[in-house]
Ligand binder design. Structure first.
Ligand code: GLU
Length: 387
């Protein structure tokens, strides 16, 4: 897949890469990234960076490098480390003539439509002015119940919201392997994940190490969110000088997640449509069918409940039997109609409603997996770093 034409890029760096084995921050790496940023901007590309590292830097200042700690300590560490992190980015990028801007976001800034629209305008304005927004979660004020927690999903959500052409995860390894290469000598690098590879989460066992919240599992889940919105995802070795440019120029580096479909502005809009006009609850079979990559439409047989009074054509939240939102989509039926067809088989729908109609409650083309849902647990279960 030719990535050379991708214009708007979201690039995510994790703590292990930013800090590297260096004391504090890997300044060589940031210098290399600044150099690449300058080249990209000169080619009229737009770059948004999502970076971790604030908590790690703050912990160092407080001389408490442990991971398991009170949330308040983590939040305090983030507020100490964030300006330090920005200082390093700012210095590294300025050396190459690139201006950076800090964007600290909470989930609320993205989930609430009005706030999100303002946030998006800020991104658009910065990009128009050839500035590179440097994004992190605003950990020091994020409420624990609604935090992204790790930046992988934040990066995917931003890519969807700004309708990026490509999401890149810069890793401290070569890409996604068939198993953990640190433990299994037969682990092989996976070059591409096709939209039909429904099982790719199985490759992503393990957490990201003591410094970071994410791991390959959270990256794979994030990749799936982006792919669902039609955005290709490249996972490449960020320690390789010039890796980002080289990948865009066609060098076969790392793992590419190919999207199922072309980027659709409707899907991206759905991903950012944040005030659903009602909700439907689905059974476990429908949940599985919806969450499978390249998954199915929502049929009446899987619907177990309806909330709210709504007309056809509004955005609905789709909840599983535990009440967790798993997707959003445009309904073909009004709430009263869904109540009548809930549980019915596809061939019965037209008869029940007394009119000729497509049987799907929500067609797959009008459905996005909720980018804000915490998705399925990673296969091996990661430790809860906030415990
Ligand atoms: N926002 C956190 C930080 O800057 C990192 C979260 C993560 O590890 O993804 O330290």
């Amino acid at each position: 897949m030719d990535l050379g034409n991708c214009r708007r890029l979201v690039v995510k760096l994790g703590t292990r890469l930013v800090a590297g084995s260096h004391e504090g921050v890997n300044t060589e790496l940031l210098d290399d990234l600044g150099r690449q940023a300058a080249r990209l901007l000169a080619r009229r590309k737009q770059l948004i960076i999502v970076t971790s590292g604030a908590v790690h830097l703050g912990r160092r200042v407080l001389k408490r490098p442990q991971r398991r700690e009170a949330l308040a300590f983590r939040q305090a560490a983030a507020s100490i480390g964030q300006p330090e992190l920005m200082r390093h980015y700012s210095q590294a990028f300025q050396a190459h003539g690139v201006v950076v801007a800090q964007m600290l976001l909470t989930m609320g800034d993205i989930a609430e439509r009005e706030r999100y629209l303002h946030t998006r305008e800020t991104f658009e304005s910065l990009l128009r002015h050839n500035v590179v927004p440097i994004v992190n979660e605003n950990d020091s004020v994020s409420e624990p119940s609604v935090t992204f927690g790790e930046n992988d999903k934040l990066a995917a959500v931003i890519a969807a919201k700004v309708q990026a052409d490509l999401l890149v995860f810069l890793l401290d390894e070569a890409g996604l392997y068939t198993s953990n290469p640190a433990e299994d000598p037969s682990a092989a690098l996976i070059r591409a994940i096709e939209p039909t590879d429904v099982d790719f989460l199985k490759y992503a066992a393990g957490s990201g190490g003591p410094e970071s919240m994410g791991g390959m599992a959270t990256k794979c889940i994030a990749a799936r969110i982006a792919v669902e919105c039609g955005i290709p995802v490249a996972m490449i070795d960020g320690r390789e000088p010039g890796a980002l440019l080289r990948r865009l120029e066609g060098e076969e580096l790392g793992t590419l997640f190919r999207p199922a479909r072309r980027r659709s502005s409707r899907k991206s809009w759905l991903a950012s449509a944040t005030a659903p006009g009602g909700a439907i609850t689905v059974d476990d079979g429908a949940r599985r069918a919806l969450l499978a990559p390249g998954g199915r439409s929502l049929l009446p047989s899987g619907v177990t409940g309806v909330e709210g009074a709504f007309a056809a054509g509004v955005v609905l939240a789709i909840r599983d039997s535990t009440g967790q939102e798993i997707a959003r989509g445009l309904t073909n039926f009004a709430s009263a109609e869904i109540e009548r067809v809930a549980g019915a088989q596809t061939h019965e729908v037209a008869g029940i409603l007394g009119r000729d109609t497509a049987p799907e409650v929500i067609h797959r083309d009008n459905l996005v997996l909720s980018p804000l849902l915490s998705t399925e647990a990673p296969p091996t279960g990661e430790p809860d770093a906030r415990a």
